[in-house]
Design a protein. Structure first.
Length: 300
């Protein structure tokens, strides 16, 4: 136990509510100008409880800011070809203008995820997963930034946590979070200019690396991954993990990748789970959808 004050809690819900309020104004202006709201189409394959719950949160948040969100549900047995055809038909705007198209992940094991994601036209790819958007981000001219990575950078910026010249260590090398976040934090400019290290399952002596982190991001999906001895005193600890833990009494609760109670005694800032990065991911999706609608309305 240290004699430091416990970490400052970074309240993702409060920040997301502020972002939503700004977006609601933008969406009102768009809707008045174009006589229709921005529209997001979400494809949900199968009935995984976690995915269904995330999609519900996304649709509810869209409704709060005035974005029209449609969820297209298809059975888990749907094959790759049918999913590609579905995404292509959504992109033809047959059921209404689809400014943003999102395929909720993970897809069932029999589906070629890359083929389905590549079918989303890059100018509607509000997840930022298309290779064109990944390439633009890597070149420092981002269009749609993957929502969780954007949310992590936003929370650092808003909390006034300095990134320039600091060492950011990201645990997890996914295309969805780890890789785009490494690009964002190392890019030139506000919220960037950090020295970035990515740790992963083959990293040797990970605690020795994480203990050097001024900013430590855990994005793996393993409860208890980050323990107090892995954290430098005063560091900003950002927990991207969302893990559902079953209790012996039949209930369950959400936890992140960070041993929250122990790490909050060491860290300078920490995001809770739930109520940290999760709501920001959703807010960033809404921002990307508003941007997609605006880019389209300007014809490019
Ligand atoms: N599943 C978990 N995170 C994400 C995300 O950011 N986008 C999509 N489409 N699926 C996810």
């Amino acid at each position: 136990m240290s004699d430091r004050a416990p970490a400052t809690l970074l309240d993702g819900r409060a920040l997301a509510a502020r972002i939503e309020a700004t977006l609601a104004d933008e969406v009102r202006t768009f809707t008045a100008m174009f006589q229709r709201p921005p529209r997001l189409v979400v494809v949900l394959v199968g009935d995984m409880a976690a995915s269904a719950s995330y999609v519900k949160s996304k649709a509810a948040a869209a409704a709060r800011v005035g974005i029209d969100a449609e969820v297209v549900r298809v059975p888990a047995a749907t094959d790759t070809q049918a999913l590609v055809a579905l995404v292509q038909s959504i992109a033809r705007d047959e059921q209404g203008p689809a400014d943003g198209i999102l395929v909720q992940l993970p897809l069932p094991a029999h589906v070629d995820t890359v083929a389905v994601l590549d079918a989303v036209p890059p100018d509607r790819d509000v997840d930022g997963f298309h290779p064109e958007n990944a390439g633009l981000l890597s070149q420092g001219r981002a269009r749609f930034i993957p929502c969780t990575a954007a949310g992590v950078q936003r929370v650092l910026l808003v909390a006034g946590i300095v990134t320039a010249g600091r060492h950011a260590v990201i645990i997890g090398r996914s295309d969805i979070v780890g890789k785009p976040l490494a690009l964002l934090l190392s890019a030139k400019g506000p919220g960037g200019d950090a020295t970035v290290t990515i740790c992963h399952s083959r990293s040797a002596d990970m605690p020795a690396i994480t203990r050097q982190a001024d900013i430590l991001v855990a994005a793996v999906g393993r409860p208890g991954l980050v323990t107090a001895d892995m954290v430098k005193p005063g560091a900003a600890v950002i927990d991207v993990g969302i893990n559902r833990i079953a209790a012996s009494d039949g209930t369950s609760r959400l936890v992140g990748d960070v041993d929250f109670d122990a790490v909050r005694e060491i860290a300078g800032w920490i995001t809770p789970v739930p109520g940290g990065v999760g709501p920001l991911t959703v807010a960033m999706l809404l921002a990307n959808t508003a941007l997609a609608a605006e880019l389209r309305s300007r014809g490019g």
